[in-house]
Design a protein around this ligand. Structure first.
Ligand code: C5P
Length: 339
């Protein structure tokens, strides 16, 4: 997995999602976009699972593999309902927040998930953080506070007048969901020897079912206008990028190269800020720049803190997290990035 793919996915998703929520023309339903992304992840995860089986010398059909490995573990399937439900809420919140916040602001505020992931790891996985990491979390919180109070209100959009406070609350809720879901998913992964792709097939399958609930809430519009109402190339790009993002999160968990993810996040925030400035006439002020600086510094600091204390850091999605078994690999990733 290269730094370029992560940077591109991170910044492109934020920018295209923001654009898709503010563009002229018929507005698509976010609830349907979440279902489509889950369906794409399900198909891709099935293909990857089949490839894994083939590599291990198995020759069963996709139906046989899914039946034996995905439904052969009903308890695991049941446990994944928790992260699947959280991710469904989180993915819907992302669209909602993007209707109220600029892409750059959203991305900066969303970094608060490093704090929620760290806290969940400490509480649920009994992991401990280095002093540097605790300091980084304080800097991060201060940075997010500055960005939130910077008064860089976006222009009104297709969903009506923007309300940055409502957007902020949505991002906060998404961060809590991200931290809890990531750590819970790690708990399920580590609780058995089941392959990551089996877990991902299970997660996306339940995700499809759960994400149909918000669609049912929009039933009237879906029946009247159709499931794919308002879908154009931009919306398809958002859906594909969101699906790709989910698969990348899964790969990060598998290979634990969260240091690389931390660098990618920082670079993509800068890319989003610059692009927002040129594409959406996003006006920044001193407070925003100061806050953005704090967030970027915190992401770097948290990543390097994890590098020095690999055995203590959480590995479920936080920017700098890594797992003991992959410490060497993560260190190597760090070197790659520095090149
Ligand atoms: O890291 P973060 O919480 O932002 O990533 C969450 C996103 O990744 C969600 O869109 C979720 O649906 C997706 N995901 C996934 N498969 C996993 C873990 C997360 O598709 N195993």
């Amino acid at each position: 997995m290269s730094l370029g793919v992560l940077v591109l996915q991170n910044s492109m998703l934020a920018l295209t999602m923001r654009y898709s929520r503010t563009m002229d023309g018929p507005m698509y339903l976010a609830s349907t976009a979440v279902v489509v992304a889950e369906a794409i992840k399900f198909v891709v995860s099935c293909v990857l699972l089949l490839m894994e089986e083939a590599n291990a010398g198995g020759s069963a059909s996709i139906v046989g593999v899914v039946h034996a490995r995905v439904f052969g573990d009903p308890f695991g399937l049941l446990r994944l309902m928790v992260p699947a439900a959280l991710y469904t809420v989180q993915n819907n919140l992302a669209y909602f927040a993007m209707s109220h916040l600029e892409a750059a602001t959203y991305q900066l505020l969303y970094q608060l998930k490093i704090l929620t992931t760290a806290l969940c790891s400490v509480i649920l996985l009994s992991k401990s953080l280095s002093g540097v990491q605790w300091f980084a979390l304080c800097v991060l919180s201060a940075g997010v506070g500055l960005v939130q109070t910077a008064n860089t209100a976006p222009a009104p959009d297709a969903d009506g007048p923007s309300n940055s406070f409502v957007g902020f609350v949505a991002v906060l809720a998404a961060c809590c969901s991200s931290g809890l879901a990531g750590v819970y998913f790690e708990l399920v992964l580590k609780g058995s020897k089941t392959s990551l792709w089996v877990r991902n097939v299970q997660l996306s399958l339940i995700g499809i079912v759960f994400s149909m609930v918000p669609v049912m809430k929009d039933q009237e519009r879906v029946t009247a206008l159709g499931f794919f109402y308002g879908y154009n190339s931009v919306v398809w790009a958002v859906v594909l990028l969101q699906a790709l993002g989910g698969l990348l999160v899964a790969l990060v968990v598998k290979f634990a190269d969260n240091i690389l993810k931390g660098f990618a996040t920082s670079i993509s925030i800068i890319v989003s800020c610059v692009c927002s400035y040129f594409l959406f006439n996003f006006v920044v002020n001193t407070r925003f720049v100061l806050g953005a600086g704090c967030v970027l510094y915190a992401v770097f600091l948290y990543s390097s803190g994890a590098k020095k204390a690999p055995s203590n850091a959480p590995s479920s999605g936080g920017a700098g997290a890594t797992s003991p078994s992959n410490a060497t690999k993560a260190g190597a990733m760090g070197k790659d990035v520095a090149k």
